[in-house]
Design a protein. Structure first.
Length: 263
């Protein structure tokens, strides 16, 4: 049996997926990124390999592709491919009916349209500002003195929404702290934050050609409050994936590695 790997070194988390020659996911990992992306890649691969009895090192993989923010720093990769292409392929092999993605990473937001073969049809990217990214949500959770998972669920309780007008992460955090200090309902402030991010995602989704449905990838795809807000703003269904959406980049990289290694 041959095995293939994909290593997605993001700004916040490093992920690794190992597939067998039939395309079955046999192992995965998700570790917090270190300052050194090489170390992040090594830790992610080490954890994934520990779950596969038949192989013990990167050299025993038939092919491995690096992707993500630190894709050029994956020392054991045979080549690297853009995370935009890898997220598209990852979603395609998970659910071929999905043709549009909003990928919300630690530092950027992307809208991606998928072609029939899993390649990228077109995409749009917002990497000029951290607002609406994973870092933004971490800052908001800190402002609320909550864990990130607690914050992501808070808006689901809200009956009303308090709009957040600031577009910058720093100013938005100041605005949120002021609203909390005024005694405004925290769930309604959280709903305003989720809605503000959803409106940013709307632009990315439309540029990517989303029409009837879309899926979310990246760590923020686990944010239930954001998912509901996006459905409200876009007026289309957000499709849940059967595989952890944070693994989509690594999964797509592993699938590309399988295709190249089996050719």
């Amino acid at each position: 049996m041959k095995y293939f790997g994909g290593c997605d070194v993001g700004s916040t988390y490093a992920k690794c997926v190992i597939l067998d020659e039939n395309g079955k996911l046999v192992a995965d990992s998700n570790v917090r990124s270190k300052i050194n992306p090489v170390k992040s890649a090594e830790l992610a691969l080490e954890e994934a390999l520990s779950k596969v009895d038949e192989i013990n090192s990167a050299e025993e993989l038939s092919y491995l592709i690096g992707t993500g923010y630190g894709r050029n720093k994956v020392p054991f990769a045979d080549e690297n491919i853009s995370e935009i292409s890898c997220h598209a392929m990852g979603v395609h092999v998970t659910n071929p009916s999905v043709k549009a993605i909003i990928d919300i990473g630690g530092q950027d937001v992307k809208g991606i349209a998928i072609d029939e073969d899993g390649t990228v049809k077109n995409f749009a990217m917002n990497d000029k500002c951290a607002a609406g990214t994973g870092r933004f949500f971490e800052a908001m959770a800190n402002a609320f003195e909550m864990s990130l998972p607690e914050f992501c669920k808070l808006s689901l309780q809200a009956k009303n929404t308090i709009p957040i007008t600031a577009q910058c992460t720093v100013f938005a955090e100041s605005e949120v702290i002021s609203l909390v200090g005024e005694g405004k309902p925290m769930d309604e402030i959280a709903a305003g934050i989720q809605l503000a991010v959803a409106k940013r995602c709307f632009v990315m989704a439309k540029k990517a050609g989303a029409t009837d449905s879309i899926t979310l990838t990246g760590g923020c795809a686990k944010n239930e409050g954001l998912k509901k807000a996006i459905e409200k703003v876009l007026k289309i269904k957000v499709v849940d994936l059967d595989i952890d959406p944070q693994l989509m980049g690594a999964l797509g990289a592993a699938e590309y590695a399988r295709q190249k290694g089996m050719a």
